[in-house]
Design a binder for this molecule. Structure first.
Ligand SMILES: [Zn+2]
Length: 173
């Protein structure tokens, strides 16, 4: 596998190889943001560090790649929280970053949680579970609207669909 990759890279132009090796070197520096668990080069990610972001909304996603897709729409200006996966059938997964999310709600002045789990069975279950966990907080809970294809993945949703799902998010409480 590694040999094939090296061979493939060898055939690319020099500029591409330079780009790739620079990105590869950065990989060592990457870590999880200590607040939202996005991928980050510092203790806090670019989004958490950005004072221009609206700090009263958290969009909850399964995976850091979902953040990239949502950011591409340019519609959402708030913060994020990465769960690190979704619930599996009949199981309470305890490695999801849900306790950390609840901690943030106690400390930060959050007014809205947007649940942006994938439109899959697991994503739906995670959303229901979150809704239950969040009901004691006085915050608005919304979920990305219909239109995202069922069984799909937010990471692969096109910008237009994702934009409309964000704009038409449904209130859950
Ligand atoms: Zn962050």
């Amino acid at each position: 596998m590694a040999e094939r990759l090296v061979l493939f890279l060898f055939k690319q132009n020099k500029e591409k190889i330079k780009d790739f090796s620079e990105n590869l070197a950065k990989l060592k520096e990457l870590r999880y943001c200590e607040r939202c668990f996005n991928i980050s080069e510092e203790n806090l990610c670019e989004i958490c560090n950005n004072k221009q972001r609206e700090d009263d909304a958290i969009c909850v996603v399964e995976d850091p790649l979902d953040i990239i897709s949502i950011e591409r729409t340019g519609i959402y200006k708030g913060l994020y929280h990465v769960l690190g996966g979704s619930m599996e059938a009949g199981e309470e997964k305890n490695d999801l970053k849900i306790p950390e999310l609840l901690e943030r709600l106690k400390k930060e002045g959050i007014k809205e949680i947007i649940i942006a789990t994938n439109p899959t069975t697991e994503g739906d279950m995670t959303s229901l579970y979150l809704k239950r966990k969040l009901q004691n907080f006085k915050i608005k809970i919304t979920r990305l609207g219909r239109g995202l294809s069922t069984g799909g993945d937010i990471e692969y949703a096109d910008e237009l669909t994702l934009s409309s799902a964000l704009t038409n998010r449904e209130k859950l409480n």
